[in-house]
Design a protein around this ligand. Structure first.
Ligand code: HEM
Length: 317
């Protein structure tokens, strides 16, 4: 088999640069996740996710990130294949060198992290791009259209539910219909229809659906999200990752799966960290030991930072 020719040093440098980018992303992702632990009904984490979901610079970053993840996988598989093809006949004596063992470990842990990412994306990222159903939220002020406010205010004044108030209004209008011109009747019907259309949105704004700071409507399901997208197209309904993460980590099996993934991540990153320095020529025999220790500390901080979220949420803390 003939693979496209790119010098393997170029590939290695690319893998290292991409790896360095991913190491930084993980630190950022882990730090942001710590907001999930705040008992503020998601005020900080939701604000963060909202920023991440709406800022165009972040959107570009996200595309770059996903491209980089794919590039990392493609390049590492390509490097491994090139190395193997460069030596079509296997050595008679099996290699037992440290480098060989490390690259085997990297391939295995890399594959496991890929499997974790597929699961992780199905749980979170694919919800964002609409491939998987989830729980959603929307800013209260985006739903306060004139019709919704009218329905809410009058229903509250009359101490009725919004649906009952609209039904009552409709009954009164039909009582006086005979005294109206056809144009007035038509106008009235159109007004009532727009109030009726506002009912599902007004329903969502019930106090029990609001976050503690009353900025967000929570607990929106997939059908309600679709309804909102049709009735208030600019409302910017988005996944409720705070609520979803907290729900998700009440499941012990999921917590164990995530913790197992973090152990694998630790193994992968502790090897990746010094490799990045080595490939980019930033190592020196004097500092190699320090780089290894730094790598272990950096990775431990990331992994423990990730792990503390499912553990504490599961324990209800
Ligand atoms: C406690 C652990 C974790 C939680 C609660 C978590 C949560 C999330 C959430 C909610 C999103 C969607 C955010 C958004 O798109 O705005 C996300 C995306 C993502 N996660 Fe995680 N994550 C965790 C661990 C990890 C780990 C260990 C990795 C990598 C090995 C990872 C890689 C990613 C990537 C690549 C994305 C897509 C990019 C992005 O949207 O930012 N996550 N994660």
């Amino acid at each position: 088999m003939q693979l496209p020719q790119i010098h393997s040093i170029t590939k290695k440098v690319l893998v290292a640069l991409v790896g360095a980018f991913l190491l930084l992303f993980l630190l950022f992702h882990m730090t942001a996740n710590l907001f999930i632990l705040r008992h503020d009904d998601g005020a900080w984490y939701s604000a963060f996710c909202h920023f991440m979901g709406t800022n165009w610079v972040v959107k570009i970053f996200e595309v770059v990130l996903l491209g980089v993840v794919v590039l990392h996988i493609v390049l590492t598989i390509w490097l491994a294949l090139t190395n193997r093809l460069a030596r079509p006949t296997r050595y008679h004596q099996r290699q037992r060198s440290k480098t060989h063992a490390n690259s085997k470990l990297m391939a295995l842990t890399g594959a496991l992290i890929f499997a974790f990412l597929v699961m992780h994306f199905c749980q979170f990222y694919f919800v964002k791009i609409g491939w998987v159903k989830g729980e959603y939220m929307v800013e209260v002020e985006k739903l306060q259209t004139e019709e919704v406010m009218t329905v809410q205010q009058y229903a509250m004044q009359q101490q009725m539910t919004p649906a009952d108030w609209v039904a009552e209004l409709e009954a009164q209008v039909s009582m006086y219909a005979s005294q109206m011109t056809p144009e007035q009747q038509q106008e009235m019907q159109a007004n009532i229809q727009s109030l009726r259309d506002a009912l599902p949105v007004a329903e969502l704004l019930r106090p029990e659906n609001l976050s503690a700071d009353r900025k967000w409507v929570r607990h929106i399901d997939y059908d309600q999200r679709n309804m909102l997208k049709k009735t208030v197209p600019d409302c910017g309904v988005e996944p409720d990752f705070y609520y979803m993460s907290r729900e998700f980590f009440h499941n012990g099996i999921m917590v164990l799966l995530y913790l197992a993934a973090f152990v694998v991540l630790f193994m992968h990153l502790t090897h990746a960290f010094p490799s990045v320095f080595q490939t980019l020529g930033l190592n020196n025999y004097k500092y190699n030991c320090a780089i290894e220790v730094l790598g272990k500390i950096y990775t431990a901080v990331i992994v423990l930072g990730f792990a503390i979220v499912p553990i504490l949420v599961y324990l209800g803390l």
